[in-house]
Design a protein. Structure first.
Length: 339
């Protein structure tokens, strides 16, 4: 018996599309993975030789801030040419010390001073550090502090009135919103399906888009960027190439580890979203050097252009005027690119 075409289409929609891994949202935008490379850039290596165990870096108007949580001095302030201006900050339980910290991408100006938000994961808090005062005092100077859920790697202060935090919870991630003024809480499951190896599958790099009051996350094991609106909980996703059809294609059941390292960093600067796309076999990632692609989207999620980065950098920051891109390599090297 030959089935009518309309019935065949319905079966495909019900079963064929259902098998696609729909991790985050029903609103999905597909970007062709055979994108055109608009430019190729090679960096200038900065003469940084006395800073080790770097984990992240961020640009201010006047300088570059490099984080080294395992070193004696956790914060390293550099000129844009790589000269060390100041080093400060120690690891510990005192209020002016931090434990297992990282940048969340948020910077502010307070009274003309440069300030940066730090996720102090080991002490379950989000702190705003005045970098200029810390340089003067030779130790961390905290301006604001907000408590976060335990082991929350990505948390953000929204309009001085709300804390929003991501937290691994069993076989999924939860998103917690704490309205400070009303002391009310809202909690939501981030991903559609629970999964045994949730950390390996769902781990993402999140950034706050303060202009549109939303958070944007680049998944590190999946070729997908997710957008969550803080005000109305609306969601959408950008997928590079094809959606996956089976989680087994993404996660090795024997090891519980991802098969591919996809996005390795995400930044929002000016009117653009910068997503650094590694797209490399997990066993080779962060070890076997290869060119990376910097996918540049406008704030509506449309791919504007793709720039190929010839150096093996996996952590980036953009200068405030958009003129330079800085990248960090696995070997504690920093490269600067005319952008």
């Amino acid at each position: 018996m030959r089935l009518p075409l309309s019935l065949l289409v319905m079966i495909f929609l019900l079963y064929g599309c259902h098998n696609r891994c729909n991790f985050f949202s029903n609103n999905i935008k597909i970007v062709d993975s055979n994108f055109e490379i608009s430019d190729t850039i090679r960096g200038e290596k900065l003469p940084v030789s006395d800073i080790y165990s770097m984990t992240s870096l961020i640009c201010f108007d006047e300088y570059l801030l490099v984080l080294t949580p395992r070193a004696n001095n956790i914060f390293n302030v550099l000129t844009f040419d790589g000269e060390i201006i100041s080093q400060f900050g120690t690891k510990g339980r005192a209020n002016d010390e931090v434990m297992n910290c990282q940048f969340n991408g948020q910077i502010e100006k307070i009274g003309g001073n440069n300030c940066v938000w730090i996720s102090d994961v080991g002490k379950s808090r989000l702190v705003l550090i005045d970098i200029d005062k810390s340089m003067e005092n030779g130790k961390i100077t905290i301006m604001k502090e907000m408590k976060t859920p335990p082991m929350s790697v990505y948390s953000f202060c929204v309009n001085d009135s709300m804390l929003i935090a991501e937290q691994l919870s069993g076989n999924n991630f939860e998103l917690l919103k704490h309205n400070i003024s009303s002391n009310s809480f809202f909690q939501e499951t981030l991903y559609k399906d629970d999964y045994t190896n949730a950390f390996s599958l769902y781990k993402s790099i999140w950034r706050l888009d303060s202009c549109k009051n939303r958070i944007i996350g680049a998944m590190q094991s999946v070729n997908q960027i997710n957008v969550y609106s803080i005000n109305d909980q609306e969601r959408c996703s950008i997928v590079i190439g094809e959606q996956w059809t089976d989680k087994k294609e993404l996660i090795d059941n024997e090891t519980g580890l991802e098969r591919t390292s996809t996005f390795c960093d995400l930044e929002i600067a000016g009117s653009y979203i910068y997503a650094l796309y590694m797209n490399q076999d997990f066993n080779e990632s962060y070890e076997k050097a290869k060119p990376l692609d910097l996918l540049i989207f406008d704030l509506d999620g449309n791919l504007d252009r793709v720039v190929r980065v010839n150096d093996y950098v996996f952590d980036i920051t953009i200068s405030s005027n958009g003129e330079y891109l800085y990248g960090r390599t696995p070997n504690d090297e920093i490269y600067r690119y005319k952008f």
